[in-house]
Design a protein around this ligand. Sequence first.
Ligand SMILES: [Zn+2]
Length: 511
Amino acid sequence: KTHPSKTHSDDSMNKRACKIEVPERLTVSHEALVKNGLVDRCVSVPVREATDADILLVHSEEYLEAVKKTPFMTLEDLMEFTQQYGDVYFHPNIYHCAKLAAGAALQLVDNVMTGKVRNGMALVRPPGHHSMRSAANGFCVFNNVSIAAQYAKQKHGVERVLIVDWDVHHGQGVQYCFEDDPSVLYFSWHRYEHQKFWPQLRESDYDCVGKAKGAGFNINVPWNKVGMQNTDYLSVFFHVLLPVAYEFCPDLVLVCAGFDAAIGDPEGEMCATPDIFAHLTHLLMNLADGKVCAVLEGGYNLTSLAQSVCQTFQTLLGDPTPLPVNLDGPSALVLTLKVDCKFLRISAVLYCFHFIKYLSHFSPADLPTFELSTKRIKVVEEEERTEKVEEEKNTEEIVWPDPPKRVSPCVRTAVVLPDGVDCPDGCKRFTDLHPDPLLGKKLDTSGIMQAVLGLVLPLGYQYNPDLVLLVRMPDCRISESVWQQLIGILQGLAQEHTLVLMQVKQFGQLQ
Ligand SMILES: [Zn+2]
């Protein structure tokens, strides 16, 4: 797709070849991974082509058959075929590439769900989140992530899939696919500008929350202006996505990992820096026992894209997240952001507690009152405070510092115990806490997790400490699962410099 201002200036060349969804997107990303020593640390999963049966999990037979014919079309026929769809470019090779892109996502799901790898990212093109049941759209031919979600449910018996779409465009194809399905929670933030930005759909707005049984399982966060920053992204994660995600308790997290939401991107025109994706990834890795599969979608500034891909990989590999930067408080827009809370069952109460500068002035009487159940909530009703965002006509001139170097210490975790306490046993039992059943269905999302996500995390990120000290007393009523989440989430701060003090009733009774 092209920027709206460019849409009408298409010449015939532009119609034949896409200027931004280019092969270099993959080569620069891969080169950056190699250069940073990240490829050597990953398990390389062989790619396969998605089968017809895989593709038909999401797409119609008519559409699949039509796409199958494209490798044999003349350029003229391809042009004509392309024109029935919106903003997509068909090349004789694209059917093959699209099968590989979807197949790569499925290979990743297989490897994660069978425990061969803990998590992973598929670097693929063409992207997928715009493509619909019977239509290519927005550079996308097959909906890679939607196919992966259906496949995970069918092949691996996954009951609940969370799809996080942090691409700067709305993945309407994913929304349409799952809007009446309560087993898939789809979250998307996207540049919207009151429906002026592509794909200019009414159903991308905040009040489209899903249909029938799927009502409440579709979350749209439309950005009505450009220039969103790191704090805006974090604050939406803390106050909207994560509370609902914890309640949903997914078995698998799929990420529509589009990096056109990062600084320098000609499509997104946002200001979030590449290192923010380290934090977003970290926050998602605490869900679903860490089963996270990211699949590349957009991202058209090659510098910003490669940096963002590396940041995501490093977090997936377990490196400490970098110290967060540029946390100046959310823009006025986030504070006036409307989200339909009709179905956000648990997040509403804390939704307004945005940031410390607001917290510091707040008293309980100032809290807005609203019903949790059926009313839409406008956090701040008054007019949006217009905040000047510098209009950067030429996005290529935007510069930003390189993301900070992230170093992983050779010893990640040390344990210090009094004499007479069986150290290895204690350590082992602690790490044994990680898998289910602790992350099971009993996670208390209504109380302490709300406070952690809505209060402790925003405060922590705003304060930006060098060390996180956690103390647990014997009479602490926090459940093991919440305690584990607390440690995991807070490790996103202070480059993982975390000190945990646990007082137990009697030595030798470490839990
Ligand atoms: Zn995009």
